[in-house]
Write a protein that binds this ligand. Structure first.
Ligand SMILES: C[S@@+](CC[C@H](N)C(=O)[O-])C[C@H]1O[C@@H](n2cnc3c(N)ncnc32)[C@H](O)[C@@H]1O
Length: 191
């Protein structure tokens, strides 16, 4: 499938589609690989209804920004903010084409991307843009299905990235760490 447009995602969110919940096992891995935020900035690309960005912000102590190209997703995320406790910043942006200068921070200690990378058509350009916004020593955290984890006959095999995608994703980083969660693989990639 070609890159899914903002209109495609917006329609899914508006029609009530929701995605795999962030589990305790996943947040344990996140904490292990990203470490405490100490109020450093984090950017969650394709933040959806905001669960991961909220976790980064409220539990790990990052100053999180969630960006998404679907207005309904961002509205759902913002609706869960508690008035008493400032939450993540929510920003409407298509990361593949938006002006990175419009991001609040020039660089982020952590960039996260959960169940999004598979849908990026131009992966080289996407990763260039990620490297542009990562602070020196910063970590890119990618959570994705792997196609190889499903049978060829499984119609959901298309949800996973291919072996070639994996090779490309993991090339050119000084540190590459991985962790597995059933159908998902988590990548912690460090500049
Ligand atoms: C499968 S959902 C995952 C949402 C969330 N990360 C989660 O784990 O629940 C993919 C999300 O990425 C967003 N998205 C896809 N491509 C994007 C892009 N180029 N820029 C910003 N958001 C994007 C979609 O709008 C959607 O909310």
């Amino acid at each position: 499938m070609a890159t899914a447009s903002a209109a495609y995602w917006e329609r899914l969110w508006a029609d009530g589609r929701r995605y795999r919940q962030v589990t305790g096992a996943e947040t344990t891995l996140l904490a292990k690989h990203l470490g405490p935020g100490r109020r450093r900035p984090a950017l969650d690309i394709g933040s959806g209804d905001g669960a991961l960005a909220r976790h980064l912000h409220h539990r790990l102590g990052y100053r999180a920004t969630g960006i998404d190209c679907a207005p309904t997703a961002l509205a759902l995320a913002a609706a869960q903010d508690a008035e008493a406790e400032p939450g993540p910043v929510w920003q409407l942006m298509d990361f593949t084409s938006g002006d990175l200068g419009e991001l609040l921070e020039p660089a982020y200690a952590a960039v996260t991307c959960r169940l999004v990378y598979r849908w990026v058509d131009d992966k080289p350009a996407f990763l260039d843009r990620v490297r542009h916004v990562l602070a020196p020593g910063g970590i890119l955290w990618v959570v994705t299905e792997l196609a190889e984890r499903r049978e060829d006959t499984d119609p959901l095999k298309k949800l996973g990235i291919t072996g070639a995608d994996v090779e490309f994703l993991t090339a050119g980083w000084s540190v590459v760490r991985t962790a597995d969660l059933d159908l998902l693989r988590c990548y912690a990639l460090q500049l």
